[in-house]
Design a protein. Sequence first.
Length: 393
Amino acid sequence: MIGFMAHQRYRFLGDFVKKQAKFWPVVGIFGLRQVGKSTLLRKQLGLTNLFNLDDEDVLSEMKSSAKAFLAKHERPIAIDEAQKAPTLFDAIKSDVDSLRIPGSYYLSGSSTFSAQGDIKESLTGRIGFCHLHPLTLAESHEKSLAKTSLRPIHSNPLRFKFEDVSRQSPKGGLPVPLFARDANTRSEYWSSWLATTLGRDLVRVYGRGYNPDIAERILFKTASHHKAGIFPTIADFDQDSRIVRKYLNAFRNIFMLRMLPCHEAGQGRDRYCFTDAGLALHLCGQSHGEELALSLVKITVLNEIIAGTHYAGQTHRWTYYKSPRGNPVDLVWNDVPIKIVGTLNQLAWHEEALAAASKKTGSSHALLCGPTNQINLPNRKHAIGLVPWSFWS
């Protein structure tokens, strides 16, 4: 970690990337713009042949002849924002198919390659995918990955208090705004970040017919639902559902939004939430309120769980649960329903929803996750436990 700047941290994904590089000739690292992909490649993995296609000169040379460009440099080669040069992928395919040497290429991007069919075809069977999520509590506080806690119910000691989640959630997990000194600096950062992301990444992913006004309306409508404490579905938007879905998918493909489908035992539409709580707060106008605060906590807790399990090499299909009449249960993890709450009032109402979800998912246990530092795990007498927001950190 020598040479890291004050706002940089050791990223747990690095160890997972190294494992992938022992098997795959190409390793893909994806995540939000400025989440720390380049720093991971250069500082943590120590890659020296690192090229960024945001550099117009490099991009021009790559587009002129990707094969000639690659032939000039020793392996491994790391290329940031690789999706900007589609011809690069056929050149890599030809190279790795002839030698098949693990860890030859590291490709990073702020949009998913799977959104582009020709690129996806070139990489199929040749690439191991890695996702760099916003910083977790353990990363920001420079602690180790809690591998033994990466299951819904565990008996390990609590490493963070719920107040730690409450303090980090308004700042989010992108390195620069997380460690910024004040709210104004964070706001200026996010304004610039949004201009670049919507003006470059989203345009490229969406393709023909992109309308910046529609994109902004859908984005801020999503934020308004978060402000009200709701992760919206397609039905919560006023525009044509086909248009809304295409824009929401574009936001997903640049990692701004996460989609949670309803568990197969439930009845509900796909729900969408921001992947970073700091971004959500900025889009809500730096507002305050219990509902928004709970949305930010939910985003943060989901990031803790999903990032931690991914970095440990686990694969899950993340879902939520919704009955025809009941209130939604935020997450179903290995069939264990989890409900994240903002207060310890009206727990009986939330337990009713959890009990219904447990019955449908076939789980003997469920969890309430709230602002407490006490851990009351499920037992034979009470199938619903109560754990802190930081339980999986």
